[in-house]
Design a protein around this ligand. Sequence first.
Ligand code: ZN
Length: 179
Amino acid sequence: MQIGIMAGPECNPVPPNHNDIRSIEMAKKDISTRFWEKVDTSGDCWEWTASKSTAGYGQISRVGKRGPAQAHRVSYELHNGEIPDGLFICHKCDNRGCVNPDHLFAGTPKDNSQDMLKKGRRFQPKVDGMNSSHSKLTNEQVRYIRASGATQTNLAKVFGVTQAAVWYIKARRTYRNVI
Ligand SMILES: [Zn+2]
């Protein structure tokens, strides 16, 4: 008698192989479930309770993507669909850990800097990385480039720098003091 092999259709069910789940819908469902497990919706701002980047944005890993995605961008995508390449997702509430879709809006880098200007961020005294005569980008933009999943070519176009400059930023060869 062989051990472990039993007859009957209810025995030895084939376990679902999660590696085979390729469809975007399934991946979306998966990220949506994992996403909401990490959100505290008790307040007006919906706080991200899992890991955050050094800049204070929530982070979540995604199926088939390298590196974590920013939680507020995922929130925006879950509610509004895919973010066009190169667009920022800005916070109306100025709380980087917030993922409440009502507090988020998509904008161009120009909108973002105007928004920052309105909020006075541009006048923060910390100017590390902006002292160099070659500096074209703000610390905020450098952080955005590093976190972005957009192609280097697209980022270069959006920020008006060369693709090589984007590569250097991502590789931390430049703007090393921006964290
Ligand atoms: Zn908020």
